[in-house]
Design a protein around this ligand. Structure first.
Ligand code: ADE
Length: 223
């Protein structure tokens, strides 16, 4: 899979993509991630990428030209162009599974006060990561990349995401424990030490159900 990220702040991605699972996925050729500064595409003599809004108002608005030219030069028939914006559709695990099947994602990070409305016409999809406003689409892009890359076959142990919270079954994860058996008086549930895998699976399922009922009953309503 190839992911092109259009941003004015490519440096922001460094720590995130240069550590742990994403780094390994890049090094193993499971994903290619390109950070593209769309300022490089501006035809403005002063390298501007934004301007004042028509009709007046506060702040600056990203202009069409650099983003249009950049997207047009990298998109192919197989590309899916996604705009990160708080007014997009809310991101869900189900969408991560769908996007992990794509060959080429182009993520556009908005910034400053906004972007020219016509930029939306370039996009196949608009995504919000939640009902809050961030300073730009960079952190949302990182969220998408992280959640998608871990689902690419061979990136992490399959079992880890087969058991994920939020897959199709809308159940939260069951509780996990590791050594020691007793820590500050808190004991590991006896059943996990029994070696009876059928019972353990049933226990875990019941715990998932209980946790979902207590914390996210809305997820069970969807089922
Ligand atoms: N840009 C600013 N806030 C955002 C959000 N919540 N989701 C996606 N993009 C954004």
């Amino acid at each position: 899979m190839k992911i092109d990220i259009l941003t004015l702040f490519p440096e922001m991605f460094k720590g995130v993509f240069e550590e742990s699972i994403i780094k390994r996925a890049i090094n193993n050729g499971k994903v290619e991630i390109n950070l593209i500064n769309f300022r490089d595409y501006t035809t403005d003599p002063h390298n501007k990428v934004d301007d004042t809004p028509y009709g007046g108002g506060a702040g600056m608005v990203l202009t069409c030209q650099p983003i249009f030219d950049c997207v047009k030069s990298i998109r192919t028939e197989k590309s899916k162009v996604i705009l990160l914006t708080p007014d997009g559709i809310q991101y869900k695990q189900r969408m991560a599974y769908d996007l992990a099947e794509e060959e080429h994602l182009i993520l556009i990070c908005g910034h400053y006060e906004g972007f020219d409305e016509r930029i939306r016409s370039l996009c196949d999809m608009e995504i919000s990561i939640g009902d809050y406003v961030l300073t730009g689409g960079e952190i949302p892009s990182m969220v998408l990349v992280d959640s998608i890359v871990r689902l690419i076959p061979g990136v992490i142990n399959e079992r880890s995401h087969i058991e994920d919270s939020f897959k199709d079954n809308y159940l939260l994860d069951y509780p996990s424990y590791t050594k020691p058996r007793v820590y500050e008086g808190m004991e590991v549930p006896e059943i996990l030490l029994s070696g009876d895998h059928k019972k353990i699976d049933e226990y875990r399922y019941q715990e998932s159900l209980k946790r979902t009922r207590e914390r996210r009953p809305d997820l069970l309503d969807k089922k």
